[in-house]
Design a protein around this ligand. Structure first.
Ligand SMILES: NC(=O)c1ccc[n+]([C@@H]2O[C@H](COP(=O)([O-])OP(=O)(O)OC[C@H]3O[C@@H](n4cnc5c(N)ncnc54)[C@H](O)[C@@H]3O)[C@@H](O)[C@H]2O)c1
Length: 234
C-alpha cells in the first residue's frame, strides 16, 4: 500500500481555480473517479464519516489496488487502518473533476431528446444547471419545457452570453449540427456534448464529446451474440 496520509493539505495535482487540473488524469481514471464520487456522496447522505479503500472499491465495482492508484491522481491517500475521510475525499474528487466549477448548460434542439434532457431533474445535484434551450421551429420557440422557455436559435449568441452558458448539448438533426456547433464555438463555448449522428469538427482547445447510443447497442449486440454462440462463454 502507498504511504497513507489523509491530512487535508494542498496537493500538487489539485485543480486550479478555473477547474483545470495541473496534471492530466488518464481518461479511464476520470471515468472511475465519477463512480467513487457517487459512492462517496451516498455515504455522505447516510452520515458515514470514514470508509476503507476496500469498502469504497467494492461500492464502486473496482479493485482496491485500482482505487488507490486512481486516488493517487487527486493526491488523496487516506490513512492506513483508518481509511478515507468521506467528505474530504468527496470534495477532492469533485475539485479534480471540475465539479466545483459553476457549469451552465444550454441545450440546442427542443425535440424529443432535448426536452427530455431539459426536464431531467438529476443534473443540478451533480453541478450542472440547465439554463437555456433553443429551437429553430417557430411552433416550438416560446413553449415551456420544465421551467425554461424555448429560445429562438436565431438569438443563440445573445442568450448564451446572457445566461453565461459554458457547456452546450447538441440535440439536433445531423444536417444542421456542424453549423450550430460552429456558432456555439464562435460564441466562446469550449465544451460541447453532441448527440447528433455525425462527426463534428471543432478547433483546438474545444472539448467535444459525442454520445452514440446506437454504437453502444451494437457493441452490446456483438457481446450478446458471442455469448449465445455454441461453445462460447459470456
Ligand atoms: N446518440 C444517441 O444516443 C441519440 C439518441 C437519440 C437521438 N439522437 C440524435 O439526437 C438528435 C435529436 O433527436 P430527437 O429525437 O430529439 O429529434 P427531434 O426531431 O425530435 O428534435 C430535433 C429538434 O431540433 C430542432 N432543430 C432543427 N434544426 C435546428 C437548428 N438549426 N437549430 C435549433 N434547433 C433545430 C427541430 O426543430 C427539433 O425540434 C438527432 O440527431 C438524433 O439522431 C441521438
Amino acid at each position: 500500500m502507498a504511504s497513507l496520509d489523509s491530512t487535508p493539505q494542498a496537493v500538487p495535482d489539485l485543480p486550479g481555480p478555473a477547474g483545470t487540473a495541473a496534471k492530466q488524469i488518464p481518461p479511464a481514471a476520470v471515468a472511475r473517479l465519477t463512480l467513487y464520487l457517487r459512492a462517496l456522496n451516498t455515504l455522505l447522505a447516510e452520515g458515514v464519516e470514514r470508509v476503507s479503500s476496500e469498502s469504497l472499491a467494492e461500492a464502486s465495482g473496482v479493485s482496491s489496488a485500482t482505487l488507490r492508484k486512481d486516488l493517487s491522481h487527486v493526491g488523496s491517500y487516506g490513512t492506513r487502518g483508518v481509511g478515507y475521510e468521506v467528505q474530504y475525499l468527496s470534495r477532492h474528487i469533485a475539485a479534480a473533476l471540475g465539479l466545483t466549477h459553476d457549469w451552465k448548460v444550454a441545450i440546442v434542439g427542443a425535440g424529443n431528446l432535448g426536452k427530455a434532457l431539459a426536464r431531467y431533474g438529476g443534473f443540478e445535484s451533480r453541478g450542472f444547471d440547465v439554463v437555456a434551450i433553443f429551437d429553430a421551429d417557430q411552433m416550438v420557440v416560446g413553449n415551456e419545457v420544465g421551467w425554461l422557455r424555448v429560445s429562438d436559435v436565431a438569438d443563440l449568441e445573445t442568450v448564451l452570453h446572457r445566461t453565461g452558458a459554458n457547456m452546450v448539448v447538441l440535440a439536433l438533426p445531423a444536417s444542421v449540427a456542424q453549423d450550430v456547433c460552429d456558432r456555439v464555438v464562435a460564441a466562446g463555448v469550449r465544451s460541447v456534448l453532441s448527440f447528433a449522428p455525425i462527426m463534428l469538427q471543432v478547433p483546438e482547445g474545444v472539448n467535444l464529446r459525442k454520445v452514440d447510443m446506437a454504437t453502444e447497442l451494437q457493441i452490446l449486440a456483438y457481446h450478446a451474440q458471442r455469448a449465445q454462440a455454441p461453445g462460447q462463454t459470456a
